[in-house]
Every structure is written in C-alpha cells, then in structure tokens.
Design a protein around this ligand. Structure first.
Ligand code: AR6
Ligand code: MG
Length: 341
C-alpha cells in the first residue's frame, strides 16, 4: 500500500488552478486555428488585456469548489456536481460550451437525472469530447493515490460524458495531475515510468497507443505542429489529452514554455493549453508563471480563495491523520487506492 502523500504546498495548489486558467485564457483567441504563429501568441501575451477564461476554467472552478466544500468526504457527489455544473452553464452560457455539453447541462438544469441526460446526446452514446478532462485537474488536490485520482476523475466525468473515451480522458488527466503535483520539481521526471503508471489506470488499447507515441515524440523533441499531427489536437478527449501530456512532459520544468507549446500546436488551443497548464503549474507552483500573466487573470481572486481553502484543509487533515491514524475515514480512504504514485 502506498502511503498518503504529504499535502501539496499552497503554491502548487494555486499553480494547478491558475495554470489551467492561464492556458485557457492564453489559448482561447486561437481556438480552432489549424496552426498558430509564434508572433500571434507573443502579441496576445504582450497585449496587457485581461486574461478572460472560457468554459474550461468556469467548470474547473465549479469542481474545485465542490471538492473544497466537501473536504471531509474527499470526493464527488454526482447529483450535486451535475447540478452545480448546470447552474454555472445557465449563469454564463456565453463562455464557449460545446453543443453536446449545452444540451446535457440544459437537461440537468431542467431536472433530468444526469445518468439519463449524459446519454441523451450523439445517438445515445454520449460525449467523447474533452469537456470532462478540461475541468478535472482539481481532483488531484484531494486524491490520496494515483488510482484514487483517476477514479475521482472518472466519477466527476460521468455526470456529463457517458462515452468511455470522455471518461478515460478525465481519468488520464486527473492521474497525470496527481503525479505532477507529487513529483519533485527540479528533479528529472521519469517520463517512461509516468506513462506506464498512467497506463495502469487508463486501461484502453487506443489510449496505450497514444502513450507509446508520446514517449517516441518526446525522444525526438518534435515541434508543436508535428506533435499535433501525430497525436491530434481536436475537441475529442482522445484527440487532445495526449497532446496536453506531451506539452507538459517534454518541458515539465518550464511553466510558460509548456503553455506556449500547447497553444502553438493549434486546434483546440484553449483546452489543450489549459490541461497542460494545470499539469505544469501543479509541478512548479504558481510563482513559476510570469507575473505579467498571473496578474491579468480574470479569476485571480476566486483561484486564490480556493487555493487557501484547499491547502488549509489538506494540512489540517494531514495532521489529524498523523494523530488518529486508525480512524474510519482515514482507513477507508487509504484503502480506496492501492496504486503507485
Ligand atoms: N459523436 C460525434 N461527435 C462527438 C461525440 C460523439 N459521441 N462526442 C463529442 N463529439 P461536447 P465538451 C464532438 O459538445 O466535451 C469547448 O469549446 C462534437 O462535435 O460534448 O464539453 C471547450 O473549450 C461536440 O460538439 O462538449 C472544449 O474545447 C464536440 O465533440 C470543448 O468545447 C465537443 O463535445 C469541450 O467539449
Ligand atoms: Mg476548447
């Protein structure tokens, strides 16, 4: 059994949350462009305008708040989460939601149970979009093991994404965020081992094939356009989560460069850069991003409050666990995940 890791510092909690928001806001103007020129991105970086987020961050904030408010349970309440996601869409429908997502959230908002609503799209198969993966990273902040992170990721996904790939994308990104959060910054990240670990929680041949490609592409230090052609850069989970992983794993100690790489790859730029930004922020902390970026983030205050709430709760829980290592809750949680990390 792997011991519960020490709680992440506030800087890394904020790094995960703010990294997601930064990637989202920096990538958003280029969403859907097949390629992005470096000069275009530099211009956007230097424009000095407020960095406004889209549905990616709006829903990640909902999930982070959901987890923070339920810190004793360390988990996901599907019925409540579905409603909270739907309410966020209803309050700000202009944030750039996918068509399937709008339909599902509309049904949930109207009182249809999520288990039915999530199957009401795409001929009953549900969405394989990256919408569950784009919001999932905060589960890593409360997870006690890699397996726990992946399972929380899947459970947070199923309320809107019934398709297996939509759920696997969330499990994958959640697992990667957990491993990034508990990695040692500055020390070489063992990419092959990390991909192998992810392969144990994302059990699917098509995902394993992507993990193999990521390893090869990193060894060849490919340019963003090449990576996008090899792995995909579209709105599907399988066609975007692997590219976000590559953007992070290829330059895991360079926070700004990870986000730039993801945006330059084109396609679903906001979402791919958001996922990559959450990973690199979790490893390196919020201070690793340029101050000229973080100071312009639309959600700065909300992100800071959530980081305070989540990191204080983790520290309190961690010292409680040291003092009461035999309590039921701790025993159950520790037993919930036996995987490596
Ligand atoms: N069959 C065919 N097309 C599909 C299927 C399917 N089973 N599932 C998804 N698509 P959606 P999301 C396509 O609408 O996952 C925002 O821009 C279909 O074209 O369920 O929340 C964010 O920034 C569908 O419209 O929403 C992200 O980029 C699209 O995938 C993205 O949307 C997205 O799936 C998140 O999307
Ligand atoms: Mg997007």
């Amino acid at each position: 059994m792997t011991p519960t890791p020490a709680p992440a510092s506030r800087g890394r909690v904020l790094g995960l949350l703010a990294g997601g928001a930064l990637g989202d806001a920096l990538g958003a103007p280029f969403e859907g462009q097949s390629a992005v020129a470096a000069a275009e991105l530099t211009e956007h970086e230097k424009s000095g305008t407020r960095l406004t987020h889209t549905d990616d961050t709006a829903l990640a904030l909902v999930l982070a708040r959901h987890l923070a408010d339920r810190r004793d349970e360390r988990g996901v309440d599907g019925d409540m989460l579905a409603l909270e996601l739907a309410q966020a869409w209803k309050a700000e429908p202009w944030r750039g939601y996918g068509s399937g997502a709008q339909h599902v959230l509309g049904l949930i908002e109207a009182g249809v149970p999520w288990s039915r609503a999530a199957r009401a799209t795409f001929g009953g198969q549900g969405s394989y979009g990256n919408g569950a993966a784009m919001r999932v990273a905060p589960v890593a902040l409360v997870a006690t093991s890699l397996h726990h992170a992946a399972e929380l990721g899947r459970r947070s996904a199923e309320v809107t994404h019934a398709h297996e790939d939509g759920q696997l994308g969330a499990a994958c990104l959640a697992g990667a965020a957990y491993l990034a959060l508990h990695s040692t910054p500055g020390r070489r990240l063992d990419v092959a081992r990390l991909l192998q670990d992810l392969g144990r929680v994302v059990r699917s041949r098509s995902w394993h094939q992507k993990f193999d490609r990521i390893g090869e592409l990193i060894r060849h230090e490919v340019a963003p356009g090449h990576a996008a052609r090899a792995l995909g850069n579209d709105v599907s989970a399988l066609g975007s989560v692997p590219l976000a992983l590559l953007a992070f794993l290829g330059r895991c100690d360079e926070a700004a460069e990870t986000i730039r790489y993801a945006v330059l790859a084109g396609g679903d730029t906001d979402t791919i850069a958001s996922m990559a930004g959450a990973l690199v922020g979790a490893r390196n902390g919020a201070a690793a991003f340029p101050e000229s970026w973080t100071s312009r983030l639309e959600a700065t205050e909300q992100l800071g409050r959530l980081a305070d709430q989540i990191s204080t709760a983790s520290r309190t829980r961690s010292s409680g666990e040291e003092n009461h290592a035999g309590s039921d809750v701790v025993g159950t949680q520790r037993g919930a995940g036996s995987g490596g990390g």
